[in-house]
Design a protein around this ligand. Sequence first.
Ligand SMILES: C[S@@+](CC[C@H](N)C(=O)[O-])C[C@H]1O[C@@H](n2cnc3c(N)ncnc32)[C@H](O)[C@@H]1O
Length: 289
Amino acid sequence: MGTKTLNMGNIVAESDATALDLLLEKVYRSGGYDFRGYKRGTVTRRLERRLHATRAKTYLDYMRILDTYPEEYEKLADDLTIKVSGFFRSPYTFLQVSRLVLPELVSYKKNRRQQELRFWSTACARGEEPYSIAMLLDDFLEHRLKDFNISIDATDISRHALHEAQTGRYSPKEIGGLSPAILESYFIRQGEGYVVNSNLRQMVNFSYFDLVSTEPPPFLNLDCIFCCNILIYLQKQLQEKVLDMLYDSLATPGYLVLGEVETPTDNLRGRLECLDAKAKIYTKNDKTV
Ligand SMILES: C[S@@+](CC[C@H](N)C(=O)[O-])C[C@H]1O[C@@H](n2cnc3c(N)ncnc32)[C@H](O)[C@@H]1O
């Protein structure tokens, strides 16, 4: 009896897994969103919400709903992506970037009379991370931004989040942790909330890019890449693939910032020099290439 029940359980679990594979394949082929290599636990938990919202009882039911209401693809993608973020979300990471990365990078550029400083925030959500990078740079350069030609590219797969990031509008709760001095320097009060000022906004370019796509990297020769709180949602093999692509996008010297939450892959450990094991800050330099 016990064995039979167990076997039954396995069969159900197996067919569920197959249905999930079919569903994710469909979402990729017809909806253009590739969640096939995301960790299954998060995907199934988040999918439950869409099944519940559309009253679908099974994954197969839900596939029929996708056929009838193609706008459901976008809603699904929105539910499958976790967009929690914050300004200077990991204060330790930003502190270490200003201590370990910026002095080395800026003096390297000055010594060679190079003015370009190129950053990429690879999963920027609603813009808190790239705007934090812009504030960090302005503070580090003591407001002499004009000495450099700075660009911060910020990408994400959530078009909704990108649109909101572009408007640069935040509620008092969202900017809650920022000091009055930062608010005064970089934000303008607007109604109940705050909006980032034009200086900051000019430094950041938002665009769509899917990190797990097979497209070639959109930017090359970058001085510093932030890839924080996104790899944790991907299976190991896909993490390696994304990190390979980011490695190719970096200049030499170049810096990769993964933040406190991510775990570096073995592949990465062998190719980059670690500057801070807690904030997961790495450098690609002459010794590592
Ligand atoms: C938890 S937020 C992290 C935001 C920010 N990097 C931070 O550390 O606060 C994860 C972001 O990754 C985005 N994302 C998920 N899959 C992605 C992909 N394949 N390519 C680009 N962005 C992705 C989500 O839309 C979401 O905005």
